[in-house]
Design a protein around this ligand. Structure first.
Ligand code: KIV
Length: 263
């Protein structure tokens, strides 16, 4: 099992951290067989599993369910669970309780979005032994503030604020920070300024690790594909072909044959 301290030491050792999202036991086992280090039970499940337009409707119950599936199947990877919208914004107390529930469901750490506004949450969780990953840049739970999924940190003021947030998260106790959809040079500046690993998604090659949404990486989800996604497979096309052939063969009486029948 990769531990949180081992994850942190990857930066010192110069070994990239490989992260993908996971939502169920089947893909957890496949990702582990491929040697993936970290499984993030992302609230992106609201979009890729539940079919919503954004992540805002994902609930604690949804996250607990999917965290149990992933953590139940994981044998060697570090499982991190996303804190969904409204599970940590209302008060420090609620944030700590909900983070603790995700650990009870099997996660080893939680991730939450935001900088200065969540520092007291990060401090409290860390104090009580809950490892916290930060998330800066284009934070999807703020999609309505941005007016869409847009690259952040392009202006100097924004970039300076993001760097200050990253340093403050580290001081508050975060063991790592996801940097999403920010210019690569800014991600490098942040990565160089921190002693904790940065994990990039749409943040260029200089981060200490990378994360992608599993269904994007596998070419399963193509409702919209951000510039930073590289599909390493085309499983949607394969699935479509398989399903069409199955339909055709049943219609034509070619399936099942004798070899798929009991005698
Ligand atoms: O919810 C998610 O999957 C995420 C990653 C894309 C970083 O937050």
């Amino acid at each position: 099992m990769l531990t949180v301290p081992e994850f942190r030491h990857r930066k010192r050792d110069g070994k990239k951290v490989i992260v993908v999202t996971a939502y169920d036991a089947l893909f957890t086992r496949i990702a582990e067989q491929a040697g993936i280090d970290v499984l993030l039970v992302g609230d992106s499940l609201g979009v890729v599993v539940q079919g919503k337009r954004d992540t805002l409707a994902v609930t604690m119950d949804d996250m607990l369910y999917h965290t149990k599936l992933v953590a139940g199947a994981a044998q060697r990877s570090l499982v991190i669970a996303d804190m969904p919208f409204l599970s940590y914004q209302v008060s420090v107390e609620e944030a700590v309780r909900n983070a603790g529930r995700l650990l009870q469901a099997g996660a080893a750490a939680v991730k939450l979005e935001g900088g200065a506004v969540v520092l007291d949450r990060v401090e409290a969780m860390t104090k009580f032994g809950i490892p916290v990953m930060g998330h800066l840049g284009m934070t999807p739970q703020s999609v309505h503030r941005y007016g869409g999924y847009k690259v952040q940190g392009k202006e100097q003021g924004q970039a300076q604020a993001l760097l200050a947030d990253a340093k403050a998260l580290e001081t508050a106790g975060a063991f790592s920070i996801v940097l999403e959809a920010i210019p690569a040079p800014l991600a490098k500046t942040v990565t160089d300024a921190l002693t904790i690993p940065t994990i990039g998604i749409g943040a260029g090659p200089h981060c200490d690790g990378q994360v992608l949404v599993l269904y994007d990486l596998l070419g399963l989800f193509d409702d919209f594909t951000p510039k930073f996604v590289k599909p390493y497979a085309h499983l949607k096309a394969d699935a479509l072909q398989a399903l069409r052939r199955y339909k055709e063969e049943v219609e034509q009486g070619k399936f099942p044959t004798d070899s798929e029948s009991y005698h």
